[in-house]
Design a protein around this ligand. Structure first.
Ligand SMILES: CC(C)(COP(=O)(O)OP(=O)(O)OC[C@H]1O[C@@H](n2cnc3c(N)ncnc32)[C@H](O)[C@@H]1OP(=O)(O)O)[C@@H](O)C(=O)NCCC(=O)NCCS
Length: 200
């Protein structure tokens, strides 16, 4: 049985966090083989949180190093505002917007294109915070996800936040069942995603 511990993020964790984001980026499974650029997924789903609100990023460690994270923001509205005004323009300097027929784009091109789009993220008034949680396979199924959620919710409570939401892929059945078990309610669903929320 591994010895896990949850600790605050520090900036030397950044590359490992990007790797975990990629290794869990295909509906919770490894997405490494799907991307010719290993960073773009992290630039959207991990990097901005570490930059904007590092105090809301927590790391799961075991004896072999980093094996998971939970991260997010307490104020999704302000966060997305910053992400689209400051973060994406800076990241775009490293990429060209894909051209040609979108249906022929590969996964990297589809993801790079997100950097060039106007804001489309959903906001939920009663659930101002949001979160992402990703554990490597060696850390899954041992109660660590629940402990990470507890840790994050405590952090939100300490900051007087009353509700948190998240988005997950419609195909990530394992995560959906995990969040339901944790007490989250389904808020909305579209072709690609399910949105869930929790009052805290
Ligand atoms: C989804 C994830 C965060 C869950 O964390 P986990 O550590 O594997 O789950 P836990 O072991 O903490 O499970 C907590 C509880 O949920 C239950 N649970 C977990 N997965 C479940 C499932 N698929 N169906 C039903 N219950 C489930 C567990 O049985 C456990 O219940 P218990 O406390 O009564 O024993 C983790 O598996 C993960 O990071 N997966 C890959 C990345 C991912 O999909 N992230 C989410 C993207 S939206």
């Amino acid at each position: 049985m591994s010895d896990f511990n949850i600790r605050p993020y520090n900036s030397t964790d950044k590359d490992h966090v990007y790797n975990i984001c990629l290794q869990t980026g295909e509906s919770g499974k490894d997405a490494t083989h799907l991307f010719t650029d290993p960073l773009v997924l992290g630039h959207i789903y991990a990097g901005p949180y570490m930059e904007y609100e590092p105090q809301s990023v927590f790391i799961l460690n075991d004896e072999n190093g980093l094996c998971g994270y939970i991260m997010g923001t307490m104020n999704s509205n302000a966060f997305y505002d910053w992400m689209y005004k400051d973060w994406f323009p800076a990241v775009r300097n490293n990429y060209n917007q894909p051209t040609g027929e979108p249906s022929k784009w590969n996964r990297t091109e589809k993801t790079v294109n997100i950097l060039f789009q106007p804001m489309s993220n959903k906001l939920f008034k009663d659930y101002p915070a949001h979160l992402h949680i990703d554990l490597l396979p060696r850390a899954q199924g041992q109660g660590q996800g629940k402990l990470m959620m507890d840790h994050y919710i405590t952090h939100l409570k300490q900051n007087n936040i009353k509700g948190v939401h998240l988005e997950l892929s419609i195909t990530n059945e394992r995560a959906f069942n995990f969040y339901r078990k944790y007490g989250m309610d389904e808020l909305e669903q579209d072709d690609d995603s399910i949105y869930m929320g929790l009052y805290i």
